[in-house]
Design a protein. Structure first.
Length: 452
């Protein structure tokens, strides 16, 4: 077999293992080492096994991963995150579609601090769907607001996916995290505007009694509610402000944010009797999760080394050059490809499968690797809602079958897919905005590093 053929067989093996639900890191390592053995023999495999784990994990910048994981777990275990939805509801229930807008923004905040889109969707869905149904919202709008609420979460720091991408592409973690700030905020704003538009101009989506269904809230009650979520803006200010000003490195910002989350846990759980247990559980889970992430990076490094040995990455870059595709044409093709892959893959394997192969092509087309990190993470988030295997769609369907959530109304899988179809065009518009206006992602990152 030619080296190219060996590389293609390895990729096919990896996809087959992923479809069989083999852990992602193992699905990458096994074909990679088999391919290396066929190409270069036992000594190459032995060398890779002995060197890759330490070389890939010992980077100081990657120490931010356990810090962010620990921060999210402790904030979640503290119970503080439930207050975010209440604040959004109190402040926004007055506007057209206000409950759905509040759901969207609360989900963005929850996903940002928890680091888990799945857990955020589960929590926000149980809280908000019944409340919107009681207020007379169409079930598809209620479902769509929950589905859209998690999309900005992996863009707004801290984002484990962005940190992982930074490790794969070997770009600065701090700049990569800052690159996600403005796109994440813009995603939340665009979906909120879409919800307001639907509520205002499509009467069937809400009822005229929307405001009447929600008790009036006094201004002093609104400002008082902010006291329950003061750690959220503080932590975001520490992470974003510290990195942008240069006062903190990404790792130092993560460490301070994790320390703040310990304080939040101690305050929010005081008197409950299980404070120390929650702290210990969070630390143990953070260690386990960080180990999983680090093993993924070793798998990515092994696959990247195989792709280099086979010449697939270089051949693909040459093919794009020979086709004469410019930056816009290439990215539009990747947009369609990611939408197709998203129908069958979760975001992490989708990113791990494509990024190592594409790096030479991105360099050849003068596409910023930091910008591409934001693009691929956002497309990965879309993968979580894209039928037929979108995991968030399945979670929402599972939640909505609970009588306490659906309030006796039938919410089928078709309703979930229709909700996805309603919100998907705005998500594609966001992806196009990123492609045609890349400064949306690179503005803060460039200024944090002194560029531009």
């Amino acid at each position: 077999m030619t080296p190219i053929a060996i590389g293609v067989v390895a990729i096919v093996q990896m996809i087959a293992l992923l479809l069989l639900r083999v852990p992602i890191a193992i699905a990458m390592l096994v074909p990679s080492f088999i391919g290396m053995y066929v190409l270069r023999g036992e000594r190459t495999v032995t060398s890779a096994f002995s060197a890759l784990p330490y070389n890939e994990i010992s980077s100081w910048t990657l120490s931010v991963i356990p810090m962010f994981v620990l921060m999210g777990l402790l904030l979640w275990k503290s119970g503080f995150t439930g207050s975010i939805f209440n604040v959004a509801r109190v402040w926004l229930s007055w506007m057209p579609g206000g409950l759905a807008v509040g759901t969207n923004l609360a989900g963005a905040g929850l996903a940002a601090v928890s680091g888990s889109t799945i857990s955020t969707t589960h929590a926000i869905g149980r809280m908000s769907i019944p409340e919107m149904l009681r207020a007379g919202y169409d079930k598809r709008l209620a479902i769509g607001a929950v589905i859209a609420s998690g999309l900005p979460g992996q863009l707004i720091p801290p984002s484990i996916l962005l940190v992982l991408y930074a490790g794969i592409a070997e770009v600065p973690v701090g700049a990569q995290l800052l690159a996600g700030v403005l796109p994440g905020i813009l995603v939340a704003i665009l979906f909120s505007l879409m919800i307001v538009f639907l509520a205002k101009f499509v009467p069937s989506m809400t009822t005229a009694s929307d405001d009447a269904a929600t008790p009036r809230t006094l201004w002093r009650e609104r400002f008082a509610s902010l006291l329950s979520v003061w750690p959220l803006p503080l932590i975001i200010l520490i992470i974003v402000g510290g990195m942008f000003s240069g006062y903190f490195t990404a790792t130092e910002a993560g460490a301070v944010a994790a320390l703040c989350s310990v304080a939040v846990l101690l305050v929010w759980k005081r008197g409950s009797g299980d404070t120390l247990r929650s702290l210990a559980d969070g630390c143990v889970t953070a260690i386990s999760s960080a180990g999983t992430v680090f093993l993924l990076l070793v798998g990515v490094a092994a696959l990247s080394r195989l792709m280099t040995l086979t010449g697939i990455s270089t051949r693909f870059a040459d093919l794009i050059t020979d086709l004469g595709l410019d930056r816009i044409q290439f990215l539009l093709i990747m947009l369609v490809l990611y939408l197709v892959l998203g129908a069958f893959m979760d975001p992490l394997p989708m990113m791990l499968l494509t990024v190592p192969v594409l790096i030479p092509t991105l360099t050849a087309l003068d596409i910023s690797l930091i910008w591409y990190g934001v693009f691929v993470v956002f497309m990965g988030e879309l993968a979580m809602i894209t039928p037929p295997i979108g995991v968030l769609s399945m979670i929402i369907h599972s939640i909505s079958r609970d009588p306490e959530v659906n309030l006796g109304r039938h919410i089928g899988l078709k309703d979930v897919f229709v909700a996805v179809a309603i919100f998907m065009p705005m998500a594609i518009i966001m992806a196009l905005l990123l492609i045609f206006f890349p400064d949306i992602a690179t503005f803060l990152a460039d200024r944090s590093t002194g560029g531009g």
